[in-house]
Design a protein around this ligand. Structure first.
Ligand SMILES: Nc1ncnc2c1ncn2[C@@H]1O[C@H](COP(=O)(O)OP(=O)(O)O)[C@@H](O)[C@H]1O
Ligand SMILES: [Mg+2]
Length: 256
């Protein structure tokens, strides 16, 4: 499937005149939440997925989120990525009150600044590995030769270049996960939100990925990562423990 940049650009409303992403006074705090709640209603069941989450994350921080299955980790990441809205409370992203933004403004802010690695990858099934990874760069209006250079760099790094013409379903779980990571970081986002990014990787590829996230963080990318691995969490500055939708504990990592 071929994607025309013109169609994609008009689809997401991006135009060079729209400079929402260029802030004059860049706030130091990239993420600020005040009393976030998220409640899901399905038929007669009500689930409180997040309860009174107060979280401040500075630009350049590497934060891990840990906790048992079902405690709200993915829900928190979705809210931080503006993919889902909180039921109650305030979320300020780069100083902007997200609830006050239109859908179009939110999309633009997200596409310009946030890379997301979904727990279930969310790759587009009828696009090849290469096209999936190239997509965010098309959205950002980046020229073809530069897109090629950036995609090549990231697929070499993640050792998936020999599979570039395959579709997601022709790849193993671990390879799909590396494609999902490549797509999230290829646009060099300011904030990377990664939901268990090493969950499907063998230890060698997991280590390579963590080293990569570490380097990107040292270059200035803010990282918020959900993980079950104490080892992976040891790369971060701070570990936040969630339980039943609440932050129950926070540890600073003195070794980083
Ligand atoms: N779309 C949804 N509809 C209803 N309940 C949901 C939905 N998404 C998550 N939940 C519920 O919210 C709680 C937190 O889920 P989740 O954030 O996925 O947890 P985790 O990522 O920590 O495993 C769980 O009880 C889950 O069943
Ligand atoms: Mg989850």
């Amino acid at each position: 499937m071929q994607i025309s940049p013109d169609i994609s650009l008009s689809d997401n409303g991006y135009s060079p005149q729209n400079n929402l992403h260029l802030l004059e006074n860049e706030p130091q705090m990239i993420i600020e939440t005040k009393g976030l709640h998220k409640v899901f209603h399905s038929s007669d069941i009500q689930t409180i997925a997040l309860e009174n989450i107060n979280l401040n994350i500075e630009e350049g921080e590497f934060t891990s989120i840990m906790g048992p299955s079902g405690c709200g980790k993915s829900t928190l990441l979705h809210v931080l990525g503006m993919i889902d809205d909180p039921t109650k409370g305030d979320y300020f992203f780069m100083g902007k009150n997200v609830a006050k933004l239109s859908e179009k403004e939110k999309n633009l802010l997200r596409k310009k600044n946030i890379g997301f690695v979904f727990q279930n990858f969310n790759l587009i099934e009828d696009l090849t590995l290469w096209e999936n990874i190239e997509l965010p760069l098309i959205y950002q209006g980046i020229k073809k030769t530069e897109r090629k250079r950036r995609v090549e760099e990231v697929i070499d790094r993640l050792e998936i270049s020999h599979r570039k013409d395959l579709l997601p379903l022709q790849l193993s779980g671990g390879q799909q996960q590396r494609v999902a990571v490549a797509r999230a970081i290829v646009g060099k986002p300011r904030l990377l939100l990664a939901d268990e990014p090493t969950g499907n990787l063998d230890s060698m590829h997991g280590e390579e990925l963590m080293n990569m996230l570490n380097e990107l963080n040292k270059e200035g990318m803010t990282v918020v990562m959900v993980t079950h691995s104490q080892h992976d969490a040891s790369y971060s500055h701070r570990i936040i423990h969630l339980f039943d939708g609440q932050i129950i504990n926070e540890n600073l990592n003195r070794h980083r």
